[in-house]
Ligand binder design. Structure first.
Ligand SMILES: [Zn+2]
Length: 175
């Protein structure tokens, strides 16, 4: 039988299920008023740890958020969703991926700040007139949004300029 490289000792798979403290941190952060709308609207969020660190330029990507319906493309989209559902136990609407190396070395505050940051990317979608979007049943439609100044502001207010991205933002804001 050919040897699977993922079963080598000390060789982690690229992604793994989160340690229990991710759910603990998420439950604390989801109680903050900035994210209360996610709880109120039962927005389902799944979590994965990335073991193979992803670099963006010279920075490590500490986390990312994905619309699960858009992660997989093409003829094997259904297979991707099936495998993800099997891994997570259910298929969430959004998937947050956290860098395992950062998480392992981070303080409680940094972990909260990272989860706070990633969840701020999930917001109610707007229609072309800028009004909040609702589906046919009158339920809010959520989507992954880019960084915006108000999200950065509330993050800095809570956690300070904890990440390189926020330090850059504060530096620009102070110019
Ligand atoms: Zn971000």
């Amino acid at each position: 039988m050919p040897e699977c490289p993922m079963t080598e000792p000390d060789d982690l798979p690229p992604f793994s299920l989160p340690p229990p403290d991710v759910a603990q941190v998420a439950s604390v952060v989801l109680r903050m008023p900035e994210h209360q709308h996610l709880v109120d609207n039962d927005v389902s969020i799944g979590w994965l740890m990335r073991n193979d660190t992803k670099h963006k330029g010279n920075k490590v990507e500490l986390g990312s958020v994905h619309d699960v319906g858009a992660i997989f493309q093409g003829g094997f989209k259904a297979l991707g969703l099936q495998l993800l559902a099997g891994m997570l136990g259910e298929l969430p609407t959004f998937l947050v991926v956290l860098d395992a190396g950062f998480w392992g070395g981070a303080s409680d505050t940094e972990r909260q700040a990272l989860v706070f940051h990633e969840l701020a990317h999930v917001q109610q979608a707007l229609d072309r007139f800028g009004a909040p979007r609702f589906d046919r049943d009158g339920l809010p439609v959520f989507k992954v949004v880019e960084h915006d100044v108000s999200a950065f502001n509330s993050e800095v207010a809570r956690f300070g300029a904890w990440s390189p991205d926020l330090r850059a933002f504060v530096a620009i804001a102070q110019r």
